[in-house]
Write a protein that binds this ligand. Structure first.
Ligand code: ADP
Ligand code: MG
Length: 232
C-alpha cells in the first residue's frame, strides 16, 4: 500500500476546551488512486490532509508513505518530501501576483530534478494562450488551473487538494475536477481530494466519508456510479 494511515488521532485546545478532531483514522490508498474525502464542515478533513502533507502532526498513530514511516523522517527529509514529492492545491489560489502564469508554474518546479515539461503542461491545463498573463488578468478557473500547474509541475507522488473548487461556480468546478482527473490519469499522481462538489461522482476511485473525526464509509468506487446512487 502506497499511503497508509494507522489510527491517526488529533486534538486541538487545552483542558476543558480540548476537542478531539480526529478519533482514530485508518486509511490505505494505492499508488495512483484518486481518493475523495467527503464530510460536513468541521469534521476534520483539512486537518487530515495537513497531517498527510506534513504541515501538521498527529498526536498518535502512524503514517507510512511508500514504506517510509513519516515520524521517522528527519526534519530535512520531511522538508524534502514536502517540496519534492507533495503537491498542494487549496480553495484560494495564492498565486504570486507579479509573476505570469508560466512563471507561477515554474516556481513549483523549484528544486525538482524530475519536473514536467512546462509547455506540455500548459497545453494540458488549457493555459498555453494565457501563459504571459498576470493572475489579475485571469478568471477564477484559470487561476486555479495555474495553481494546479504549480502543484504538479514537479510531478509529485501525492497531490492533496483541499476544496479546490470551493470558490468557483458549478460549471467551472466541473472543469477543474475534470482537469484533476486528467492529471491523475496522465501523470499517475496519487490524489487525495476534499470536495463538496457532486461532479466528482464519475471520477473517484475511492470514496471516504468522514464525520465527527471518524471514517464512516470507505469504498472503492469501481463502477464510478453517480453521487445520487451512492447516497452522498
Ligand atoms: P473541515 O476541513 O472538515 O471543515 P477542519 O479539519 O478544518 O475541518 O477542522 C476540524 C475542527 O478542528 C474544527 O472544529 C476546527 O475548528 C478545529 N481546528 C482546526 N484547526 C485548528 C487549530 N489549528 N486550532 C484549533 N482548532 C482547530
Ligand atoms: Mg476544510
Amino acid at each position: 500500500m502506497f499511503l497508509n494511515l494507522n489510527h491517526i488521532k488529533k486534538s486541538f485546545g487545552q483542558g476543558d476546551s480540548r476537542v478531539e478532531v480526529l478519533k482514530g483514522i485508518d486509511l490505505s490508498i494505492e499508488k495512483g488512486e484518486f481518493c475523495v474525502l467527503l464530510g460536513p464542515s468541521g469534521s476534520g478533513k483539512s486537518t487530515l490532509l495537513n497531517i498527510i502533507g506534513g504541515i501538521d502532526h498527529a498526536d498518535s498513530g502512524q503514517i507510512t508513505i511508500d514504506g517510509e514511516l513519516m515520524e521517522k523522517m528527519t526534519p530535512k527529509r520531511l522538508g524534502l518530501y514536502r517540496r519534492k514529492h507533495l503537491g498542494y492545491v487549496f480553495q484560494m489560489y495564492n498565486l504570486i501576483p507579479n509573476l505570469t502564469v508560466r512563471e507561477n508554474i515554474e516556481v513549483g518546479a523549484y528544486l525538482s530534478d524530475h519536473a514536467l515539461d512546462v509547455d506540455e503542461l500548459l497545453d494540458t491545463l488549457g493555459l498555453a494562450d494565457h501563459q504571459r498573463k498576470l493572475p489579475n488578468q485571469l478568471s477564477g478557473g484559470q487561476q486555479q488551473r495555474t495553481a494546479i500547474g504549480r502543484a504538479i509541475v514537479k510531478n509529485p507522488d501525492i497531490l492533496l487538494c483541499d476544496e479546490p473548487t470551493g470558490a468557483l461556480d458549478y460549471n467551472t468546478s466541473k472543469e477543474i475536477l475534470k482537469l484533476i482527473e486528467t492529471v491523475n490519469q496522465k501523470y499517475g499522481n496519487t490524489v487525495v481530494m476534499v470536495t463538496h462538489n457532486d461532479a466528482i461522482k464519475d471520477m473517484a476511485d475511492r470514496v471516504v466519508r468522514i464525520r465527527d473525526g471518524m471514517i464512516r464509509k470507505n469504498y472503492l468506487n469501481e463502477h464510478k456510479v453517480s453521487a445520487e446512487a451512492l447516497d452522498w
